[in-house]
Design a protein around this ligand. Structure first.
Ligand SMILES: C[S@@+](CC[C@H](N)C(=O)[O-])C[C@H]1O[C@@H](n2cnc3c(N)ncnc32)[C@H](O)[C@@H]1O
Length: 404
């Protein structure tokens, strides 16, 4: 990532009592001397890969929301130097202004979805223009700021140098830290899963219960049976399989954060022995298994950030790679369990015929299907433009086996 540069009026004369007259953040303090404009440079970080804004101006509690909104809409980022709670308030005020631009529904569900995503992308870009400085210890030197050092170290790794991030991204980092501390209760394993930042979280537990309830194929009930968990995320499904008594579970994921998270959960749960989290560099690990479990991202669209990689699968690439590789990776009598929401079907992004056609093309037959209705607040949110699709959504566990 690149650097970001901004100019800021700073008092440079020594204060009578010592110090350089500046706050720890280099921001102005009242030393009685005239502020001078100085240019600062810091590292720029954006999880969505957004380039460093070229126009940056300093903002604080005196900045009016309407002025701030005009500036961010014109492409000028605001580097916040005021009170932390004031910055959060400004972010909410900007969000309310953006909410007024909600797109009209499209002629088809797919069009509504694409308009909705476009609007969300615009919202994220505009809100991402309110910036804060993380000091070289990841600290936030703003009045009434919480201590974000642990949260930032978890999400970004050890601090190296002053870094500018968007406040919106930082709030996500803080939220993820809280979830990681608290954990998500998983009744199927009688314990908690602790999601890391940027790793798909099993807060919607219905699919976990499907994996806990589906009948294991005879091949997977034999001693020393191996299972694969492809795209393991937090490791939750590997943990369920270990709980169900499988002797060896090999878990893979393309995301380094997911691999670290799954290892952490396996260790916390004390199930280290049967579960191997491997960086295979491919979807399938070496060898064959009696059971292959895969819960791919369920919407065929491009993710715009690491956090979205658990939800969006461009061109259904992971889904198709799972199906196409399955027969060659199953032991005799083995099964593949595909966990998939049908939201893409309700949004007109994939048809049921296309899904079933992909099973056929991969030489697979359906042994059985278990369905669950998602229980999440958005399913009953009638103001959500995608409400109809979400309300109709069903998550299925497809038990697949080679056709011959
Ligand atoms: C919907 S999440 C499921 C996570 C976890 N299995 C669960 O059920 O909670 C999909 C996971 O697939 C991973 N993933 C996406 N594309 C992948 C690929 N090509 N190879 C391996 N993992 C992939 C993502 O990083 C994410 O962790």
């Amino acid at each position: 990532m690149s650097d970001i540069t901004w100019t800021e009026a700073v008092r440079t004369k020594p204060r009578p009592g010592g110090g350089d007259g500046n706050g720890r953040d280099g921001g102005p303090v009242d030393s009685g001397t005239a502020p001078e404009p100085l240019t600062f440079t810091a590292h720029w970080h954006s999880e969505s890969g957004i380039p460093a804004p070229r126009r940056v101006t300093v903002a604080d509690d005196r900045t009016k929301a309407d002025v701030a909104y005009r500036l961010v809409c014109e492409g000028t980022a605001l580097l916040w130097r005021g009170d932390y709670q004031g910055a959060r308030q400004l972010l909410r005020a900007l969000g309310r202004r953006l909410d007024r631009l909600a797109p009209k529904p499209g002629a088809t569900p797919a069009e509504t979805f694409h308009r909705h995503r476009q609007a969300r992308g615009h919202r994220a870009r505009v809100l991402g223009m309110l910036l804060v400085v993380l000091e070289d210890d990841h600290g936030l030197a703003l009045r009434r700021a919480p201590d974000v050092r642990a949260a930032c170290t978890e999400a970004y790794g050890p601090p190296r140098r002053r870094t500018v991030v968007s406040l919106r991204e930082l709030l996500g980092v803080i939220g993820a830290h809280e979830w990681r501390k608290k954990g998500v209760p998983i009744p199927a394993i009688g314990g908690h899963i602790h999601p890391h930042y940027g790793v798909f979280s099993p807060v919607r537990g219905e699919y976990v219960d499907l994996v806990a309830a589906a009948t294991l194929p005879a091949a997977a009930q034999r001693p020393e049976a191996t299972a694969f968990d492809l795209g393991t995320g937090t490791g939750v499904l590997a943990a369920v399989l270990a709980h169900r008594g499988l002797d060896r579970i090999v878990a893979t994921d393309s995301s380094p954060r997911a691999l670290a998270c799954a290892r952490d959960n396996v260790e916390r749960l004390g199930i280290g022995e049967p579960v191997e989290v491997v960086d295979s560099g491919a979807l399938y690990p070496e060898g064959r298994a009696a059971l292959v479990v895969c819960n791919p991202p369920w919407l065929p669209a491009k993710p715009t950030s690491a956090v979205e990689q658990g939800v969006y699968d461009p061109g259904s690439a992971m889904l198709l790679a799972f199906l196409d590789g399955l027969a060659a990776h199953l032991e005799p009598g083995g099964e593949g369990w595909l966990i998939l929401s049908d939201l893409a079907e309700h949004l007109g992004l994939r048809t049921r015929d296309e899904l079933v056609g992909a099973f056929d093309a991969a030489g697979l037959r359906v042994v059985d299907r278990l369905d669950a209705k998602p229980v999440h607040p958005r399913a009953s949110d009638t103001t959500d433009p995608l409400h109809a699709a979400r309300a109709a959504e069903v998550t299925s566990l497809w038990r697949l086996a080679p056709a011959t």
